[in-house]
Structures are given as structure tokens and as C-alpha cells.
Write a protein that binds this ligand. Structure first.
Ligand code: ADP
Ligand code: MG
Length: 549
């Protein structure tokens, strides 16, 4: 046999390890959750390989797919073993020596953001495999890949700067992790302690998890159950398990359909918007299953891109198992699933908005941006999405919003358009001149605060056949809609005097403006600039200019 190879951890891994090893984070037991979830992932991948590639030459093909945990209290050791896909020599280096995976990356990003050492982040984001070094003074990973031709290896490390890889003999397929606990954490190796932790964290693992031969997990695939047989706590726990999430779900949608496709779906809206935390674009996270077998944990086209924040599971018995992930992405079946699920999810949002407006409004303030993105990119669902938009307006109080339907229900008979104004804040919009004439006539104006809002208005064009019109447009005939309520105005200038004033101003401003004219649109302000270009508001022009630089 060859001498063990020594490798340095990648710099980012060293950083994570240093924090993990020295952290005061109290919930050390989460290392069990992380290792069991890795064992479960590896076993899911194996099962998928089995069904997807009929001719796959799988090493140790008839091993039972289960996860085995054993402990030796005296030696202070825990062993977690799976019969999943295992790892080759290069995969060991790639997977356990570098940071290519989700949890630790988010952890490092959050660390950079918070700018200081924060033990809580370990709990919030999870550091995956590396969490084991909170409790271990040495870890050995014995592994054998599912590929027929191959060798067995032992990866070992004490969690400081380096690890070793050595070729070994006689391993079965999969991975066996032997954890040697630090003296102060030897308690974890007590049989009842490890049983208690496994029960807590492995309830939803789709394979038997056995401690000393006894199966401890019982719940299984809750998305295939009847709603009445699943408790709220089980729904919440499943969300955390499946999405590897650290927040609570806001709400969920559990439905079964038989036609046109057989679908069992369980979808969650998270509490936290991770994109809002500056983690960059989220990856889709609704797993695709066929009769409990995971086909793809992050299928690309199962939901429209703007629903990438949704988590959960879609199971369809109509899926062919032996199809490559790539060709499945674009299959007509995925498109059909996409259509059904998106519609149901939007309907759920609509119902929430009606029956539990506080819950919906809260959802809107965290995830509204995604729906706005939907309006600008997804023509198919635009009408459904428009009903879900919420904006502050001259009618609402600060911090509360209105739907477009409610806006129209208050509009006077003669009003044929929906008016909006864009600005950085309520104060800025209300102190500007454009709002005056609308206020004076009690005509409601929507307040738009985010850059994407103008694109939303431009893409959507209209709601219930009423065009969206920026209130700084030059040809809005307000008197045709409603008379001014406050008639206490001073005396008007003589026509000739006002003409003279206009041409004086035009002369001073020259080519900066195309025309200067008297207007009845102003109440308290002496003058305003109106927009003669119907396609572009002043705000959009500013943005275009910024983009050209
Ligand atoms: P994550 O699970 O988020 O990818 P982890 O730090 O938990 O991150 O694991 C890193 C990688 O190591 C996994 O993505 C996987 O490729 C590999 N790995 C970990 N445990 C196992 C295992 N039991 N069997 C096979 N591969 C594993
Ligand atoms: Mg993991």
C-alpha cells in the first residue's frame, strides 16, 4: 500500500474550521443532523442512479438502503454509515477539502456581512460536514464509490489545517464516518443521548435510520399523506428538514391532483427572503420526486424563475424515471407540471390575501419583489399576478397598501385610468407638485418606491382595461374626472399676462423644455415639469442615462 497523502484545506475551509472549532455555539448536537442529512442525500443519489440508469454497473448492488448509527461510549466514538454513492479519491478532495456547497458558503457570506465573529450564524446557516469538528478531535471518513472499478479510501483530519487520504481495503459501497469525540463531548456517545438526537433530526429521512439495529425514524413521505393525517408541527419540521432551512415556514400548500397529471405537492413560502440578505440569486429548491424517489433536488424548469423562493416537494407518478436530468428540464411533462403548480400556488396567494390579509401583506413586504419580477417577465401569469400587487397610495396611510381592485372600486365613474407616481419615499412624492391636482379632486394616486415598479407598470400596461398612467403626464384631463373640491383660489392672471410670463420662462430655459404653458394642474406650487413622452417617465429617463454611463 501507498503512504498517506497530505493535503492542505482550501483557505475558506480553514476559516470555517477555525470558527467552528473555537465557537461557543451551544447547540453542538446539530452535527448529527448534518451527517445524517449527508448520508440521506448520498443514499437518495444512489437510489436515483439505480432507477435512472438501468444498465448502471453498481458496486455492491444489493445492499439495503439504510443508515446505521452505532456508538461506543467507553471509547467516546460515534459511527454513521450509509450505503449511498460514496466518494472517489478526487471527490473526497473536492467535497471535503473545498467549499463548493451551499451551507458553508452562505455561512461565510453572512460572516462577511456581519463583520464580526458570530456564533449564532452556525445555527442559522449550518456549516454542513464541518460542524462535526465542534465536538470531534479526529474524524475518519471511509468511503467506496458506487462505480464498479474503484478503490476504497480513508480521509482523516483533526480539523486543523490539513487532512490525509489513504487507500484502504475491504470497504462496502458508501461512506462510514468514525467520529472520535473530544473529552468534554463524550456524552454524545451514550446510547440514549444519540437515540434522542436521531429521533429529533431524522424523522423525515426517506430511509430507515437505525441505532444499534433498531429503526428510529417513522414519519416518511408526508407529502403523500392526507392533510388530516399531518400535524402543523410535522409540516414545519419537514420544511426545515427538506429545505435545510433555519427559519419557520410562513405558510404551505399541500395538494393532490389526479388529472391531467397525478401530482402530490407540498409547497412552502419561507419567512426569510435570503436574496434580501445579500446572498445573491436563490437557486430553485422544490425537489422533484416520482413515487418517493428523488429525481432532482433542484430542477430548473419545474417552477417559473420568479418563484425560486418556494421550497418543498413535487411528486408525480407520471414521471419517467429513466430520463436524464438535462432532457427532463425541457420535457413537456415538466411544462405541464409547471403550469398546474404555478396556478395553484398563485391561487393560494389570492386566497390568503382575501382571508388572511395580514399574513398576505406580510408576505408581500418580504417577497413582493419576486411577484413584480413575474409581472415583467412572465406573460402567462400576468393577470393573476396583477391581482396580487400591493401599493401605498394617496388614499392609504403610510405603511399600509391597497390592491388594484380596491383602488378601482374607489375611483369616480369618469376615471378611465390608474394613476401612479414614482419617488424615493411617501414624503418625497407628497411634497412634489404632481400630486396637488389629484389631491384637490380626491383622485387616488398609487405611490411607487422601487425602480422595478415602473417596469411593472410599463409591462402590464393596464389592469381590468384601465391603463396605468404616470401622474406627471402632460395630457391628463382631470376636470373631466372630478371637479376641484377646494375652490378658494386667488384671482387668475389675465390671459395676456400669463402668456407673457410663459414666453419669458421659455426664453430663459431655451431648449431645456419643449413648451411652457399655463395649467390648472397646480394648487400650491408655482410650476412643475410635466412629461410629454408617454413611453418614458422622468425616472426611467434617469435610469437609462445611468445605464449608458
Ligand atoms: P452540503 O451537504 O450542503 O453539500 P456538506 O458540508 O454537508 O455540504 O457536505 C459536503 C459534500 O460532501 C456533499 O455535498 C457531498 O458531496 C459530500 N458528502 C458528505 N457526506 C457524504 C456521504 N455520506 N456520502 C457521499 N458524499 C458525502
Ligand atoms: Mg450536508
Amino acid at each position: 500500500t501507498q503512504a498517506p497523502e497530505r493535503h492542505e484545506f482550501q483557505a475558506e475551509v480553514k476559516q470555517v474550521l477555525d470558527i467552528v472549532v473555537h465557537s461557543l455555539y451551544t447547540d453542538k448536537e446539530i452535527f448529527v443532523r448534518e451527517l445524517v442529512s449527508n448520508a440521506s442525500d448520498a443514499t437518495e443519489k444512489l437510489r436515483h442512479t439505480q432507477v435512472a440508469e438501468k444498465d448502471a454497473d453498481i458496486f455492491d448492488a444489493d445492499l439495503d438502503l439504510e443508515i446505521q448509527v452505532t456508538s461506543d461510549e467507553e471509547a467516546g466514538e460515534i459511527t454513521i454509515r450509509d450505503f449511498g454513492i460514496g466518494m472517489t479519491h478526487d471527490e473526497l478532495i473536492e467535497n471535503l477539502g473545498t467549499i463548493a456547497h451551499s451551507g458553508s458558503k452562505a455561512f461565510l457570506n453572512a460572516l462577511k456581512e456581519s463583520g464580526e465573529r458570530n456564533d449564532n450564524l452556525i445555527g442559522q446557516f449550518g456549516v454542513g460536514f464541518y460542524s462535526v469538528f465542534m465536538v470531534a478531535d479526529s474524524v475518519k471518513v471511509y468511503t467506496r464509490s458506487w462505480k464498479k472499478e474503484g478503490e476504497c479510501y480513508c480521509w482523516s483530519s483533526d480539523g486543523s489545517g490539513a487532512y490525509e487520504i489513504e487507500q484502504v481495503e475491504g470497504e462496502r459501497r458508501g461512506t462510514r464516518i468514525v467520529i472520535s469525540l473530544k473529552d468534554e463531548y463524550k456524552d454524545f456517545a451514550k446510547k440514549n443521548r444519540i437515540e434522542e438526537i436521531i429521533k429529533k433530526y431524522s424523522a423525515f429521512v426517506q430511509f430507515p435510520v437505525k441505532v444499534d439495529g433498531e429503526k428510529l425514524n417513522t414519519i416518511g413521505a408526508i407529502w403523500l399523506k392526507n392533510k388530516s393525517d399531518v400535524s402543523d408541527d410535522e409540516y414545519k419540521e419537514f420544511y426545515k428538514f427538506q429545505a435545510k432551512a433555519f427559519d419557520e415556514p410562513r405558510f404551505w400548500l399541500h395538494f393532490n391532483a389526479d388529472a391531467p397529471l397525478e401530482i402530490n405537492a407540498l409547497l412552502y413560502a419561507p419567512t426569510e427572503n435570503m436574496e434580501g440578505f445579500g446572498f445573491g440569486r436563490m437557486e430553485p429548491g422544490v425537489g422533484l420526486y416520482c413515487r418517493k424517489v428523488l429525481i432532482d433536488s433542484e430542477p430548473k424548469n419545474l417552477l417559473p424563475d420568479w418563484l425560486r423562493f418556494v421550497r418543498g416537494v413535487v411528486d408525480s407518478a407520471d414521471l419517467p424515471l429513466n430520463i436524464s436530468r438535462e432532457s427532463m428540464q425541457d420535457s413537456s411533462l415538466i411544462q405541464k407540471l409547471n403550469k398546474v403548480i404555478t396556478k395553484r400556488f398563485l391561487k393560494t396567494l389570492e386566497e390568503k390575501a382575501k382571508k388572511e390579509p395580514e399574513v398576505y401583506n406580510d408576505f408581500w413586504s418580504s417577497f413582493g419583489l419576486f411577484l413584480k419580477e413575474g409581472v415583467t417577465t412572465d406573460f402567462t401569469h400576468r393577470d393573476q399576478l396583477l391581482k396580487l400587487l400591493r401599493y401605498e397610495s394617496s388614499y392609504t396611510e403610510a405603511g399600509t397598501t391597497t390592491s388594484l381592485a380596491d383602488y378601482l372600486s374607489r375611483a369616480p365613474e369618469g376615471q378611465k385610468e390608474i394613476y401612479y407616481l414614482f419617488g424615493p419615499s411617501r414624503e418625497a412624492i407628497e411634497s412634489g407638485p404632481y400630486i396637488e391636482a389629484f389631491k384637490a379632486r380626491n383622485i387616488e394616486v398609487l405611490y411607487l418606491y422601487e425602480p422595478i415598479d415602473e417596469f411593472v407598470m410599463n409591462h402590464a400596461r393596464a389592469f381590468e382595461e384601465k391603463n396605468f398612467v404616470s401622474a406627471d403626464n402632460d395630457d391628463i384631463d382631470l376636470d373631466a374626472i372630478a371637479p376641484e373640491t377646494d375652490t378658494d383660489k386667488g384671482e387668475a392672471l389675465e390671459a395676456s399676462a400669463s402668456e407673457a410670463l410663459c414666453s419669458f420662462i421659455k426664453e430663459k430655459l431655451g431648449d431645456e423644455v419643449s413648451e411652457v404653458s399655463a395649467s390648472d394642474r397646480l394648487v400650491g406650487s408655482p410650476a412643475m415639469i410635466v412629461n410629454a413622452d408617454k413611453m418614458m417617465t422622468a425616472q426611467m429617463r434617469k435610469m437609462m442615462k445611468a445605464m449608458q454611463q
